[in-house]
Design a protein around this ligand. Structure first.
Ligand code: ADP
Ligand code: MG
Length: 553
């Protein structure tokens, strides 16, 4: 037999492994979820490839995952009859990290505490490598569907791994076997009740049946039925089951803030099961972050890259299972399909209307959701003109009148002053600083509410020509604010017309500042401060100017 070739892990993998091997995280159970989810993915990939190449399935068309315990040898094996990996694929998949989120993960985890650490591992789905939290040696033996060779990958997670060809008789007939030599302190992962409970809780709803063997020579016992949860009627699913499904499908540890499960009928038939998380995913603003909606066709997983939802709904997790997309169409063709277009439209509309409903039925829950995802939803205000109105209706703002609470534009419109023709806003990076800005003094004196916009995205949508009920959005730092038309409360005097003394002073300031300013004038805006900076009427908003300058424009 050839001596196995020793290879080094990519630098990032080595770092990640170091974290796993020396992990002090209390919640190590996630490794099981990751390995089961890989096994299920492999079965789904085979199901998909089998659509066009039935030969791959051979005489074993039933996908299955088998978990085998060996308490005496302190071993745990997870085997699937899915797509499998060739020797090259093994090296590629289990020696590198392709995922873009990993760098962000490493940065975050460096400063994380114990409990946060395991949450992070769950969120990032650090995948296969989490096996090294519980094992001091991991062996992966795999045979790709249709291949007549097999290969084994072996590592102790300390920097190197080996890959060698093995006899097909030493490998699964098809698919992958992952064998963990458990660390001493992880011996309880050979206890069948613990494994059964953990798998049911974490992976009970993966779409592949799972079997458990208590000992290498024991009879396999089915512990999960592999029935797709979303195909069951709503009335047959408990909140607990939805939650478990959400957690295993989304890799989250929180509760779903919103669960949406429905069947669209009529021109197109499809089922939607979607969740809004309770907490913010770490990579919400990662430019590479893709949507997290999976596309199934009649229960066969097709792709998670169909971009079912617009970017500003990228925090929604879940799936769509279509009845009328053709199964044998390629992933690329699906993108062009009018059926997909109809689904995209329908699902986005439905999610927005559910959010609207929630804002009416449970304001507290809605505001929490807005707190987390409002900055993302607001991207839709300039990305999706067609739904702008809906999104403005969903938007909530901190304002000079809200005392720290959220207000809707409807609230704002209801408290417009006489002669007020615009919705005023101030943009900045910090709410507290915004609230004390001198630009607001004249507005305060007249009791005019001003939206305080402190998210990056705000500078973009407010300048995109948007209006609400015919009222344009206008920056308090921009141009003359026309405040003189709006009366001061009774008993307060408007500022006297600029006196000679003031005019003389203005001339002096203009001379001193020269080209540094385009104008200097007396203003209604200030009541206490002496001066403030404003942008010209048709110029760029100051906050946007700063952002663009920061972006090197
Ligand atoms: P992810 O599942 O997010 O891609 P993982 O670290 O969990 O990341 O797995 C890395 C890759 O290893 C997978 O994308 C897949 O190509 C391969 N892989 C892992 N487990 C299996 C398996 N049981 N069968 C086939 N391929 C697998
Ligand atoms: Mg995985």
């Amino acid at each position: 037999e050839a001596t196995p070739e020793i290879r080094s892990f990519e630098a990032d993998v080595a770092k990640l492994l170091h974290l796993m091997v020396h992990s002090v995280y209390s919640d190590k159970d996630v490794f099981l979820r990751e390995l089961v989810s890989n096994a299920a993915d492999a079965c789904e990939k085979l199901r998909y490839e089998g659509l066009t190449d039935a030969g791959l399935l051979g005489d074993d068309g039933q996908p299955r995952i088998t978990v085998t315990l060996d308490p005496d040898a302190r071993r745990l094996t997870i085997e699937d009859n899915g797509i499998g990996m060739s020797e090259a694929e093994l090296a590629d998949a289990l020696g590198t990290i392709a995922r873009s989120g990993t760098k962000a993960f490493m940065d975050k985890i460096a400063g994380a505490k114990d409990a946060e650490g395991s949450q992070l591992i769950g969120q990032f789905g650090v995948g296969f490598y989490s096996a090294f939290m519980v094992a001091d040696q991991v062996e992966v033996v795999s045979r790709r569907a249709g291949a007549d060779t097999a290969a084994a990958w072996l590592s102790d997670g300390l920097g190197t791994y080996t890959i060698r060809p093995v006899e097909t008789t030493d490998a699964p007939a098809r698919g992958t076997r992952v064998l963990l030599h458990l660390k001493e302190d992880a011996a309880d992962y050979t206890q069948s009740f613990k494994i059964e409970r953990t798998i049911k809780a974490q992976s009970g709803h993966v779409p592949v049946p799972i079997f458990l063997k208590e000992k290498p020579d024991a009879e396999p016992k089915q512990i999960a039925d592999g029935a797709a949860l979303w195909t069951k009627p709503k009335s047959a699913i408990t909140p607990e089951e939805y939650k478990d499904f959400y957690r295993s499908a989304a890799g989250q540890f929180d509760e779903p803030a919103l669960t949406l499960h429905y069947r669209a009928e009529g021109l197109h038939e499809y089922t939607v099961l979607a969740f809004v998380p309770e907490t913010k995913p770490f990579d919400l603003f990662d430019p590479d972050r893709a949507g997290r909606m999976k596309l199934y066709v009649r229960r066969v997983f097709i792709t998670d890259e169909a971009q079912i939802l617009p970017r500003y709904l990228r925090f929604v997790r879940g799936l769509v299972d279509s009845n009328d997309l053709p199964l044998n169409v390629s992933r690329e063709m699906i993108q062009e399909s009018p059926v997909l277009a109809a689904i995209q439209k329908g699902v986005a509309n439905r999610i927005l209307s559910e959010l609207d409903k929630l804002s009416g039925s449970d304001a507290e829950a809605y505001l929490k959701l807005w707190d987390n995802f409002g900055p993302v939803l607001k991207e839709g205000l300039y990305e999706d003109y067609a739904r702008r109105e809906t999104l403005l209706g969903l938007a909530r703002f901190k304002t000079t009148a809200s005392g720290g609470e959220w207000r809707s534009l409807k609230d704002y419109a209801a408290s417009l002053k006489d002669n007020q023709t615009a919705i005023y806003y101030a943009t900045g990076t910090d709410l507290d600083r915004l609230a004390t800005s001198p630009q607001l003094e004249g507005f305060r004196a007249r009791g005019i509410e001003v939206l305080l916009l402190a998210d990056q995205v705000d500078s973009f949508w407010v300048t995109s020509g948007v209006d609400y009920e015919g009222k344009p959005f206008k920056s308090v730092t921009q141009g003359l604010a026309d405040l003189s038309l709006i009366p001061l409360p009774e008993g307060e005097e408007p500022a006297a017309a600029a006196s000679d003394a003031v005019n003389g002073f203005i001339a002096f300031v203009k001379e001193v500042l020269g080209d540094a300013v385009s104008d200097v004038r007396a203003s209604d805006r200030l009541t206490e401060s002496a001066v403030c900076l404003v942008a010209p009427e048709n110029g760029m908003d100051r906050q946007l100017e700063k952002l663009l300058a920061g972006a090197g424009r």
